[in-house]
Write a protein that binds this ligand. Sequence first.
Ligand SMILES: [Zn+2]
Length: 246
Amino acid sequence: MGKWKKTAAGFMFSGFLFVGMFIGFYNYALHENMDYWVKNKIVITRVNTSEKVAALTLDDGPDPGVTDKILKYLKKHNARATFFVMGNKAEAHPQLLQQMVEGGHEVGNHSYSHKAFNNMSTDAIRHEIRQTNNIIHKITGQKPILFRPPGGYLSYELVKICDQEKVKIAYWSWETDSKDWKGSSSRSITDHIVKHIAPGQIIILHDGGSNGLATAQAVDLLLTDLTKQGYRFVTMSELMKLEKKE
Ligand SMILES: [Zn+2]
């Protein structure tokens, strides 16, 4: 699950948006160096664009019965998404990763086992990342370039490891984080996202976990609403290429 620590969640909302600016600078304050990493594109939380384009990202899968439904809805709405898969689940359900790639979606790395990184050695963290990259590469023929840390964990050490392993740290936009994994209904997940969406956002959802079916239904609902509003959905790597040069 993409669980924030309770205290961290409190600090996270201490951030603010500059009124009147389409793209605001905001402060997660999850880590003392978060602002620097975000500003320098070491941690990606959104992309600066005025186009109605966004990235849907799905964590903690693949889970049969949920991920396949989401793939079907993405196809129905002609949308692309990014799946941050766990290595152990990818190993168990390689056909779902193949379907992702066939559908034009991106597969990102979300660690092998989703263990808490704060209790792990550097070598163990590196192993979680490298092993999962190898599994994804073996199944899809593509080496992931994005890594989303389990639970949003960040440290100076992790930043260094990700640089060495040649993966970019793929965060998400807090405005559209509906905390879908907590058990919300598909309608409330959809409403939260539709209300808070803005160009260039990276929307976090979870196809793995106990609320996966509600999330799958929400993908259908929100794509219906947002494509009507003129939004299109691309993979996270594609979104990053749309970054407006200052
Ligand atoms: Zn997760």
